[in-house]
Design a protein around this ligand. Structure first.
Ligand SMILES: *[C@@H]1O[C@H](CO)[C@@H](O)[C@H](O)[C@H]1NC(C)=O
Ligand SMILES: *[C@@H]1O[C@H](CO)[C@@H](O)[C@H](O)[C@H]1NC(C)=O
Ligand SMILES: *[C@@H]1O[C@H](CO)[C@@H](O)[C@H](O)[C@H]1NC(C)=O
Ligand SMILES: *[C@@H]1O[C@H](CO)[C@@H](O)[C@H](O)[C@H]1NC(C)=O
Ligand SMILES: *[C@@H]1O[C@H](CO)[C@@H](O)[C@H](O)[C@H]1NC(C)=O
Ligand SMILES: *[C@@H]1O[C@H](CO)[C@@H](O)[C@H](O)[C@H]1NC(C)=O
Length: 407
């Protein structure tokens, strides 16, 4: 059975690569490092550079931590946060290396891919780390293909949770001229200007009329945000209903169009499942919907309406904005009876359309898209926070099982 583990790790990596931006909540690097004050500076900068969340959402990861004096040498270079991000990204390996594995490398060395490599900012192979197990038992890490970068030594294992996360202490910072190259700051996204210029002017105007709500969207731009903006025709058609909402209802409806997680188009295509929204935060209601592929289309199903993504306004980590062809109406604000654009009215007495006994959901419209079995399938595929881990692990486990059978 021992061989299952590397296979499982490999399957997970494949899945993660396929998913583009894995979303699992297995570990918390901030918490792990907080147990040791020697790593407080390193820990702080993982948070500042957003690498901590990058680490947390990956399932199989190794972090090469340096102590405070090692970090002091790096900080003395006065690099920008964006450059620090690239240097520290060299310290995050996208595979699992426990202390034991370091001493069992086939042929005495291996090339490990770092997050700097997968970021696309590393020229050539300069984002790979050469790990060498020397004859005397000393293990070193060196940036590949980078003239002048000297290797650093393995000091000790800090934390190992086999095949999920390994934190190893290394002697000093790993760096390279490529990682330290100045990075141009990306222009900050102006959501309303972007929407105004690309077919969602009416929705942008609704946001501009509610600065408090717009602020919540803007507060999420740095940490990850996906916005689905209804096009101008959709907002126009919805105007009478919008006017009817209370001030709170309007705020919830607008926030319902934002998801506090960055979903690339690739990730939306690769996954079907339930997402929570900005309206969910600070509310005791769900305000969720199901992302579901329908042929080449990506649809959003609220149970009241099904909207389709019609174009991408921006898709650049950590933000994405997509145009949709309908205003998303949450179950929490609209009753099924008010639906004017459902595919077909529910047939009388379709009580069997209830989704399981404990849900008091209204009967689903009779359209084939909203069939109960369909809904059950998409509920199972939920890829919100915790569910994502389960989905990946379940899928990975079946994949690993399949591989084991073949081997
Ligand atoms: C991780 O742990 C830190 C410190 O214990 C805590 O403040 C933070 O909220 C946690 N993050 C997540 C995503 O759970
Ligand atoms: C790692 O570097 C050492 C020393 O330069 C070299 O001998 C070895 O072939 C490299 N390993 C890999 C996998 O590239
Ligand atoms: C690794 O993560 C999986 C899924 O989150 C969990 O079931 C398992 O217990 C974790 N392993 C360790 C050693 O923490
Ligand atoms: C963003 O665009 C809006 C117009 O949609 C404009 O009023 C606002 O000043 C811009 N904000 C910034 C920070 O440039
Ligand atoms: C607005 O609310 C009133 C009173 O609840 C209702 O009669 C009317 O149909 C609603 N209009 C729309 C467009 O939903
Ligand atoms: C989504 O919301 C519905 C009710 O509106 C709730 O029953 C369901 O559990 C929620 N799903 C998730 C994954 O949060």
């Amino acid at each position: 059975m021992r061989r299952v583990f590397p296979l499982l790790a490999a399957s997970l990596l494949l899945l993660l690569a396929a998913a583009g931006a894995p979303v699992a909540q297995g570990h918390n690097i901030t918490k792990i490092l907080a147990a040791n004050p020697d790593f407080s500076t390193f820990n702080h900068y993982l948070t500042i550079t957003h690498l901590a969340s990058e680490i947390n959402r990956r399932l199989t990861i190794t972090v090469l931590a340096v102590d405070n004096s090692g970090m002091a040498d790096l900080l003395a270079k006065h690099l920008s946060v964006l450059t620090l991000h690239n240097v520290l990204a060299l310290h995050i390996l996208t595979d699992y290396y426990g202390a034991k594995k370091l001493h069992q490398l086939t042929g005495g060395s291996t090339l490990a891919s770092s997050v700097f490599q997968s970021s696309g900012h590393a020229p050539g192979t300069t984002g790979y780390i050469n790990i060498t197990d020397h004859r005397a038992g000393k293990v070193t890490f060196a940036v590949e293909d980078s003239g002048g970068a000297s290797p650093v030594s393995f000091v000790k294992s800090v934390k190992e949770m086999p095949y999920n996360i390994s934190v190893l202490q290394v002697s000093t910072i790993l760096s390279s001229p490529e990682a330290e190259a100045p990075v141009a700051a990306p222009a900050p996204v102006n959501l309303t200007a972007l929407m105004t210029n690309k077919g969602c002017k009416a929705f942008a105007d609704l946001l501009l009329a509610r600065r408090d709500v717009l602020q919540i969207f803007q507060d999420n731009l740095d940490s990850g945000l996906t916005v689905f903006c209804p096009d101008d025709a959709a907002v126009k058609a919805f105007a009478p209903k919008y006017k009817n909402l209370t001030a709170d209802g309007k705020a919830s409806l607008l926030l319902y169009h934002g998801v506090p997680v960055y979903y690339s188009a690739q990730l939306l295509k690769a996954n079907n499942g339930v997402v929570n929204t900005l309206a969910t935060d600070g509310s005791n209601k769900n305000f969720n919907y199901t992302v579901q592929n329908d042929g080449t289309d990506i649809t959003l199903k609220t149970h009241i309406v099904t909207a389709t993504i019609t174009s991408t306004l921006i898709d650049q980590d950590p933000d994405a904005v997509y145009a949709i062809n309908k205003v998303l109406q949450p179950r929490e604000l609209f009753k099924l009876a008010e639906v004017v654009d459902a595919p077909a009215p529910a047939p009388a007495g379709s009580k069997k359309a209830k989704h399981g006994a404990k849900h008091a959901s209204p009967p689903a419209p009779a359209g084939p898209e909203e069939a109960p079995a369909d809904q059950a399938a998409s509920d199972n595929a939920a890829f919100t926070a915790g569910a994502a881990g389960r989905w990946l692990v379940t899928t990975a486990a079946s994949l690993a099982a399949a591989v084991v059978v073949i081997v």
